[in-house]
Design a protein around this ligand. Structure first.
Ligand SMILES: [Zn+2]
Length: 100
């Protein structure tokens, strides 16, 4: 995906050059400029994404912690009727037995 930025730059250059060579394609100059701007944007974002990947790794880990916490909540069941109860519940929602 690193090449895509350069591809857009080259494409933009070609489009601008073509629009200069062919008469009546002045609009394509703007299209070409958009391609070039998009290409530069992609190249810049490519450098930023590298840092984001590191951050994503951290957030992915924190998501795992949340999942584990959710699993613990889900797996806490009533001893009597086996219905799912939350760790903060004082009474079972299924049979009404006192949990704590
Ligand atoms: Zn129960």
């Amino acid at each position: 995906m690193k090449i895509s930025g350069w591809v857009f730059l080259v494409l933009g250059g070609i489009v601008i050059a073509a629009s200069y060579l062919i008469k009546g394609l002045k609009l394509f100059v703007f299209v070409g400029m958009l391609f070039v701007i998009y290409g530069i944007g992609k190249l810049i974002s490519g450098f930023i994404v590298k840092d984001d990947e590191k951050n994503d790794g951290k957030t992915a880990r924190s998501d795992n912690y949340e999942e584990l916490a959710a699993k613990e909540l889900q797996e806490s069941r009533c001893k009597r009727c086996r219905c799912i109860v939350m760790s903060y519940d004082h009474f079972c929602s299924g049979c009404g037995i006192r949990l704590r």
